[in-house]
Design a protein around this ligand. Structure first.
Ligand code: ZN
Length: 157
């Protein structure tokens, strides 16, 4: 068995085990190697400084960096699971959601059988916007933030 550090199209770095280098190349060519975080099938061997020859602190730094990226990617995956992907309609949807929240619109009804005063938890949205459009939203008081990685929902990802 041999372990490789692989990197997907969204820059997630992960480890995968293969019987041999040929095994990896064969599986990768057939699109069988998928990123565990975003399921991207476009993976390549991450260019890593070889562990041998690295000083202890460099190696620790390298591992810490990899762990940070992984944590960030997992946070995004968790966030995406709690949001609806709206693609290019993001700017319109953000304004619509914001207007609905300010006016206490129908989105705020309680889902319980015995209604309570708690507003229903609302799902967030993820989508595409130009930087200019995102800045416009922020100026309007609508909270938006960029994702660290490309969304796994993007069709052209
Ligand atoms: Zn990935």
């Amino acid at each position: 068995m041999i372990v490789f550090d692989l990197r997907c199209g969204n820059n997630h770095v992960f480890e995968a085990w293969f019987g041999s280098t040929e095994d990896y190349e064969g599986q990768s060519a057939r699109g069988l190697v998928a990123c565990p975080i975003c399921d991207d099938r476009v993976v390549e061997k991450a260019v890593m400084a070889p562990a041998i020859g690295l000083k202890g602190n460099q190696q620790a730094h390298h591992l810490a960096r990899k762990e940070e990226l992984r944590t960030l990617a997992l946070m995004q995956a968790e966030l995406e699971s709690r949001c609806d992907y709206v693609g290019d309609r993001f700017v319109d949807e953000a304004r619509r959601l914001h207007a609905g929240r300010s006016s206490g619109g129908p989105d705020r009804t309680c889902p319980n059988e015995t209604p309570c005063s708690e507003p229903a938890p609302q799902r967030g949205i993820i989508g595409e916007a130009t930087i200019g459009a995102a800045l416009d939203l922020i100026a309007e008081g609508i909270a938006v933030a960029p994702l660290p990685f490309r969304s796994r929902h993007r069709a052209d990802a």
